[in-house]
Design a binder for this molecule. Structure first.
Ligand code: CUA
Length: 319
């Protein structure tokens, strides 16, 4: 039994590897939380050692009434003064970190709305809002200020490698600052149980060089380029997809589901869970709830053959 417990440990630690690893900080805020964690861990280990040592010592020694005053003093200093000072200092340290990571200053502002179960992402630019979904791109070494809210239930926004997590609360706005210090593709997720597909509510946080980010955002701000009379777009409209989804530059202006203007430029489908491939897209349309249970989008099982191929080809052309 004991051996099997030790066998579990490497498996659990393996879960810390990779792009969700908050102990491999790729962000300034994550680094500060990580520093606090290590001080707490080492400090707790040292204090635990001292307490256990004192307990063993007390157990082994004969009671000596002449040492009673000394013992009282030890309890007063070690049991009351020391914990008060240590916990007080940690509280101040924690509050300073909290103040900084929830500050309302940033080099760019990104609003994120938690929906069931995906992320509406809006970049604020001088030329106006740029709406996208389920993928967040950030420039390296710049502080992004996130303004977070939720549609109907509480979610929690978390990119472990970049920084702390923050609740997304309906009817309220919370803020979170993230300053990535390393380029890469970091995993983000919802860290608060929010219903059926909670575990499938993910996103990619892609950190890029400033110039690459600028061109990406500029492209993202453009309307979709659709060939006149594209049969896939006609099917999209006939099936009523435009009632829920927006494709900027067309009459499809549905506000309910994710914005699809540059859908195919995203790496993932279904809020960070499937690769963006034509096969997955076809299955997503026809067998939606097998891929992601409980979501609002209805499946279209009758859409098959050439009609499905055309619709998929159209969607995959939205880059
Ligand atoms: Cu959203 Cu859990």
């Amino acid at each position: 039994m004991r051996r099997s417990i030790f066998l579990i440990i490497p498996a659990l630690l393996a879960g810390c590897e990779g792009r969700h690893n908050w102990l491999a900080s790729a962000g300034a805020e994550a680094q500060r939380v990580e520093d606090l964690f290590w001080v707490l861990l080492v400090g707790a280990a040292v204090i635990w050692g001292i307490v256990i040592g004192a307990a063993v010592y007390a157990h082994r020694r004969q009671v000596d009434p002449s040492l009673e005053t000394q013992a009282r003093r030890f309890i007063l200093w070690g049991g009351a003064v020391f914990p008060t000072v240590v916990v007080g200092a940690l509280l101040v340290w924690g509050l300073v970190i909290l103040r900084d990571i929830t500050s309302d200053e940033g080099d760019l502002t990104v609003r994120v709305d938690g929906e069931r179960w995906w992320w509406r992402v809006i970049y604020e630019t001088p030329e106006g809002d740029v709406v996208t979904a389920n993928e967040i791109r950030l420039p390296v070494d710049r502080t992004a200020l996130f303004r977070l809210t939720a549609d109907d239930v509480i979610h929690s926004f978390w990119v472990p490698a970049l920084g702390g997590k923050m609740d997304m609360i309906p009817g309220r706005e919370t803020t979170l600052a993230l300053t990535p210090i390393e380029t890469g593709n970091w995993g983000g997720l919802c860290a608060e149980y929010c219903g059926g597909a909670h575990a499938l509510m993910r996103f990619d946080a892609i950190v890029m060089e400033q110039s690459a980010f600028d061109s990406w955002l500029e492209a993202e701000a453009q309307p979709a380029e659709i060939a006149a009379g594209d049969p896939g777009f006609e099917i999209f409209q006939e099936e009523g997809c435009g009632a829920c989804h927006t494709i900027r530059g067309t009459e499809a202006q549905g506000p309910v589901g994710p914005d699809l203007t540059h859908l195919a430029s995203r790496d993932k489908l279904g809020a960070g869970i499937y690769d963006m491939t034509p096969e997955n897209m076809a299955r997503w349309i026809t067998d939606t709830h097998a891929m992601k249970p409980d979501i609002d989008m209805p499946p279209y099982p009758d859409l098959q053959g050439e009609r499905l191929d055309r619709l998929v080809a159209f969607l995959m052309s939205l880059d």
